[in-house]
Design a binder for this molecule. Structure first.
Ligand code: A5P
Length: 223
């Protein structure tokens, strides 16, 4: 219910004529459905999906979609997160869509995050691992180097096999514990050859809309 509250609230920010980045996950699912309802009432938008799952959901529900080739600048993106810090730095990617999510976030004029309030933490890394998307060719070498950097590096699996992203890559989930210097950590992860993307989204989000037991709580990026 908290996810639904947050997801639907964010859909109100979308206006006629906008190019809209459609995030991935169970919270933004409600945003997509709310937008689809508004589209049926006449809202004219073009969506850019961040995953095959979101693409399918949007198409099934009648939202017009396009690509970054056609629309390289996005007016607003609404997406979920796994952890949100008071500065609105994020960990994303437990749903596996981090690479496309970051590409879309980076070209969005506004990035709005929707989540239940359990995702709001004092320090990133408190509960969630940092997902790292890795080229399969480099999996074992990246695994060894990430293993040296974090407390625990686990290859993500599904049905007993390595999980494969929409981009044909694998994911290593790295537990670092509390992350006090996220941008330093991001640079270190990105400097490993074979890393395609990491789940730290720093300085990108403008606002988080959190569903709580009492309603909605809005957290703005500090100025
Ligand atoms: C997808 O890769 C993720 O970044 C999701 O946005 C994140 O895992 C949040 O998902 P939920 O809204 O399902 O918790």
């Amino acid at each position: 219910m908290q996810k639904k509250l947050a997801g639907e609230k964010a859909a109100e920010l979308v206006q006629d004529g906008m190019i809209v980045g459609l995030g991935t996950g169970s919270t933004v699912h409600f945003t997509t459905l709310a937008l689809a309802r508004r589209v049926r009432e006449g809202l004219d938008i073009v969506g850019i999906p961040t995953s095959r799952a979101t693409e399918k959901l949007a198409v099934t529900n009648g939202i017009k979609l396009s690509t970054l080739d056609e629309h390289p600048i996005i007016d607003i993106t609404i997406d979920g997160a796994d952890e949100i810090s008071p500065k609105l730095d994020l960990i994303k990617g437990l749903g596996g869509a981090l690479l496309r999510e970051k590409v879309v976030a980076a070209v969005s004029k506004r990035l709005i995050i929707v989540a239940d309030e359990s995702k709001y933490v004092k320090v990133l890394g408190s509960r969630s691992p940092v997902p790292v998307e890795v080229l399969p060719f480099a999996l074992s070498t990246v695994m060894r180097q990430l293993g040296d950097m974090c407390n625990e590096a686990n290859l993500r699996t599904r049905d007993g096999m390595a999980y494969v992203t929409d981009n044909g890559n694998n994911i290593i989930d790295c537990r670092f514990g509390p992350i006090h210097r996220p941008s330093e950590l991001e640079s270190r992860i990105n400097s490993i050859p074979g890393v395609a993307e990491n789940g730290l989204f720093l300085g990108m989000a403008e606002r988080a809309i959190l569903g709580t037991a009492d309603g909605i709580r809005v957290v703005e990026k500090p100025t």
